[in-house]
Every structure is written in structure tokens, then in C-alpha cells.
Design a protein around this ligand. Structure first.
Ligand SMILES: *Cc1c(COP(=O)(O)O)cnc(C)c1O
Length: 467
């Protein structure tokens, strides 16, 4: 019997195919060769292990397999998208977009050498976060500050450094899970602390904490319930009373406020979000918050508080494993500088600007976009819809922000096909499906992106590639 594998095309033959030639030019020779080899190996394996007669793919079929694989890899690359979901801090879309000043600072500092850990005054080895510390103290009123990779790391480090090997007292109403793998009881274990739960799900009083304090207590921990609310009869101890108790018992008071607003955001329609400076003023030993939530900066975890506590944290052996890089330093430094002037911050930080944009403005823009899309051959209905945007990113779960969206339905495409078509645009547009229409929410769209909403769906008669 003739060996069926003798008909299998060679790598060189396949590489001569125009489609793969194009991929070689666009991506790289070695990437295409590697994939061709892998596909051919797969075929050989299948043929030699098959019980009966195995199908030998034609060169065209192999080319299509390789090309499809390459296309899939291209779309998996992280790339710019238009966030039309109406979720301002969408973790899947990178949370807060950075201010231009932050991006410029990243570019400027990253292409050259930078004084990351060099004290230019005396030439000695400096602290990585010294400049950030001064800015953070200025903006929050704290004695000292440090910055790590994210708030999860900040929590672990603060617990480990201030209460390692001891009990940490937490209200049962605050034992949170934030995004799948981050669950407070587990973080506590990893940090080397013993969790001591007090109170009940809906009511915890300061006396519950006081009764639980003993010789093994290392800290009281308060966690801001960022992504849920307990309605009805509920009560938590005030920060002031917790700080007082911690002082009496000589233990640390760790305040994880989650989002960490540096400004009073009630003016921008957000009520009830704790401000960093209030936590500091109340006397928390340390206050923890994310850099990429309401602050509108890069991903990082910021710790501000008492000098001795910050010192203990920066000396913790895990500090090195969670330290920030120079790009984060650059972006955070530039973002914090904008906060020196409130009006400037609201103007220059995209997240605050989006929050600040009012419904009248959104309606005006929506009207213009609808005008442009009205005669689109692929769309059956195009309308302005009043909606509710949300903060997301584990912030302000119950706050709805009045917003305006473009509501679309397709002529031949289902709503899922339509949303896939928008996602496969040259600049992908991510909307949300509601009530059988695709909503493109303008609360999260920057005005210079409006054009992309109009151009995303091809006007040609061919149905776009919706898979
Ligand atoms: C979001 C959040 C965290 C986790 O912060 P990351 O920066 O995402 O690691 C921790 N605690 C609270 C209360 C939060 O809201």
C-alpha cells in the first residue's frame, strides 16, 4: 500500500502560496513557517494513528488552516477599542484611560535612562517611590506613602507587615470577594494573618470589635464594600470609633477604601464614595486604594498613612515582588500632578472628564451620530435611547449615571451578529446588548471617538465577518 503521506505538500510548497506569502510579509517568515510545520505534524500524527483511511488535506485546506490561525492570533493582540459599554471602569477594557500628560511622561521616561532609584542631590541610592510619596502626602495629608502593583498587593503587604502571625478583626459584612480570585479570607491566609470575624452580615458594632480584641490581635481591618450594598437594617462601626479602639488596644487600623477618590466627586454625580483624605484625617494607620479606579491613573496600589507603618511595609520581604516599574512611576507622577488643581484634573483626566459630561451634551452627540447612520444599508432601526451607565471596576454598585446610547438593530443580522460585527471593526467597538438591540453608550465614549462609531459597520452589501 502506498504511504498516503507522500501526497502531503512540503513546507516550501505551501510557503509559495500567495496567501501565506502575504502573511510572511505582514507578520514574519518564522511565525508562518512554525505554524505550517505544526499543522503538517498534526496531519502526520493523525494519519499514522488513524485506524482506517485518513483524509489528507489539500494544500489549499492547509493554507486556510494556517491563515485562520494567524488571523485569530492577530485579534488576540491587545489593541485599542472604543468602550461603548457604559461601564466606566471596565476591568476587561483596562479600567481608567490615562491622561495625555501621563502617556507623554511614560514615553519620555521610558525611552531613556531615568533616576528611578538615584538621589540626584548626593548621588546615593534613592527610594523608588520618594517623589510619589511627596505628592501623595501633599494631596492626602498623610505622613508617608508607598506604591505597589495593585490594591490586592497593597492589602496583602499591609496585613503581613502590620499584623503578620496575629489576628485581624473584620466585620462579617465586609468579607468581600472582588473579581473571582480575590477573596478576603484567602488573602488573609496568604498574608500570614488569622481572620477573626465579628458581628453579623448586616450589623456590626464597635463593641463587637472591642470584645474580640485580645493579646493576639494585630489589626482591625475595614473594607469598603465596593461592589455590593447591604440594604435595610444595616450598621457598621464608624471609622472614627475603629481608630479610637485601635489606639486603645495599640493595634493597627487598616482602611481598604477600594477606589480612593482624591476629590469630592458628588459634584460629578457620585455620592458616598470615601475620599482618601477623610480616611487619613480620621487617623487610620494606613489607607489603601487602587490607582486605576476613580483616581484615573495607571494600575497600582497606593498605601498612605503613618510613618512607622509605611516603613514597616516597605521593609517587608514581599515588597520587592510587588514593586512598580518606571512606566507606572511616570504615569502616576504625571496623573497626581494634575490633581494639584481640581479644575485641571477634571479637564485632563479622561475618567473625570467622562463623568463630568452631562446628558445634554451626550444627546447632542447622539443626535449627530444617528443622523449619519439613519440610511445605513445594514441597519433596520437607529435611535437615541436614554440609558444608565455604571462605574464598574468594583465601584459604586448601586449608582446609576444618567446616560444616552445609540440603539441599533440589523436588517439581516441578529443582535449578536451585529455586536460581533462592531467588535470586528478596524477599531473594535464594544457595546452592550439590551432588549434585543445593540446599545452604544456614549457615557464611556470620548468625543473624538464618535467618528469610529459611525465608521465601524461597513456599508457594503456583503455581511461582515461576524464570528
Ligand atoms: C478593587 C478593590 C480591591 C482590589 O484592587 P486591585 O487594584 O484591583 O487589586 C481591593 N479592595 C477593594 C475594596 C476594592 O474595591
Amino acid at each position: 500500500m502506498e504511504n498516503p503521506l507522500r501526497n502531503l505538500p512540503s513546507v516550501d510548497q505551501l510557503l509559495n502560496h500567495p496567501k501565506l506569502q502575504k502573511m510572511v510579509e505582514q507578520v514574519s517568515h518564522s511565525a508562518v513557517v512554525q505554524k505550517v510545520r505544526t499543522v503538517l505534524d498534526g496531519v502526520r500524527e493523525k494519519v499514522t494513528t488513524a485506524a482506517g483511511e485518513a483524509h489528507i488535506p489539500t494544500p489549499q485546506e492547509i493554507v486556510e488552516t494556517v491563515a485562520g490561525w494567524m488571523r485569530k492570533e492577530e485579534t488576540q493582540k491587545v489593541q485599542v477599542v472604543v468602550n461603548a459599554t457604559g461601564v466606566l471602569l471596565h476591568t476587561g477594557l483596562g479600567r481608567a484611560p490615562l491622561a495625555k500628560a501621563a502617556c507623554d511622561r511614560i514615553a519620555a521616561l521610558s525611552q531613556r535612562y531615568a533616576s528611578v532609584e538615584l538621589n540626584l542631590n548626593d548621588g546615593s541610592r534613592g527610594s523608588r517611590t520618594a517623589a510619589l510619596q511627596s505628592l501623595l502626602c501633599e494631596l492626602t495629608g498623610a505622613e508617608a506613602a508607598t506604591v505597589v502593583n495593585n490594591n490586592a498587593a497593597a492589602t496583602m503587604l499591609a496585613l503581613g507587615a502590620l499584623a503578620g502571625g496575629r489576628d485581624v478583626i473584620v466585620s462579617r459584612g465586609q468579607l468581600v470577594e472582588i473579581g473571582g480570585s480575590y477573596r478576603l479570607p484567602e488573602v488573609m491566609t496568604v498574608a500570614g494573618c488569622r481572620l477573626k470575624e465579628v458581628g453579623t452580615t448586616n450589623k456590626t458594632r464597635i463593641n463587637d470589635y472591642a470584645r474580640a480584641c485580645g493579646p493576639d490581635t494585630g489589626a482591625l481591618l475595614r473594607v469598603h464594600p465596593s461592589n455590593y450594598v447591604i440594604f435595610g437594617f444595616s450598621e457598621e462601626a464608624t471609622l472614627k470609633s475603629l481608630v479610637q479602639l485601635a489606639l486603645e488596644k495599640n493595634v493597627a487600623m487598616i482602611d481598604d477604601i477600594g477606589s480612593g477618590a482624591l476629590l469630592d466627586l458628588t459634584r460629578l454625580g457620585l455620592a458616598g464614595e470615601p475620599q482618601v483624605k477623610d480616611s487619613v484625617a480620621a487617623g487610620a494607620t494606613v489607607t489603601l486604594f487602587s490607582g486605576d479606579k476613580l483616581l484615573g491613573g495607571p494600575q497600582c496600589g497606593i498605601i498612605v498613612g503613618k510613618r512607622d507603618a509605611i516603613k514597616a511595609i516597605t521593609k517587608h520581604p514581599m515588597m520587592r515582588a510587588v514593586r512598580i516599574d518606571k512606566m507606572t512611576m511616570a504615569a502616576l507622577q504625571a496623573t497626581l500632578e494634575l490633581y494639584r488643581d481640581e479644575a485641571q484634573a477634571v479637564e485632563a483626566i479622561p475618567l473625570l472628564r467622562l463623568l463630568h459630561t452631562d446628558v445634554a451634551n451626550l444627546k447632542l452627540r447622539a443626535g449627530r451620530i444617528v443622523e449619519q447612520l439613519r440610511d445605513h444599508p445594514q441597519l433596520a432601526t437607529v435611535q437615541v435611547v436614554e440609558t444608565q451607565a455604571t462605574m464598574g471596576g468594583g465601584s459604586l454598585p448601586t449608582q446609576q449615571l444618567p446616560s444616552v446610547a445609540i440603539g441599533l438593530t440589523g436588517k439581516t443580522m441578529t443582535v449578536d451578529q451585529l455586536s460581533a460585527a462592531y467588535r470586528s471593526a478596524a477599531v473594535p467597538v464594544v457595546g452592550r446588548v439590551n432588549d434585543n438591540q445593540l446599545l452604544l453608550d456614549l457615557k464611556t465614549v470620548q468625543p473624538n471617538e464618535d467618528r469610529l462609531l459611525i465608521e465601524a459597520l461597513p456599508r457594503g452589501t456583503a455581511e461582515p465577518n461576524a464570528n
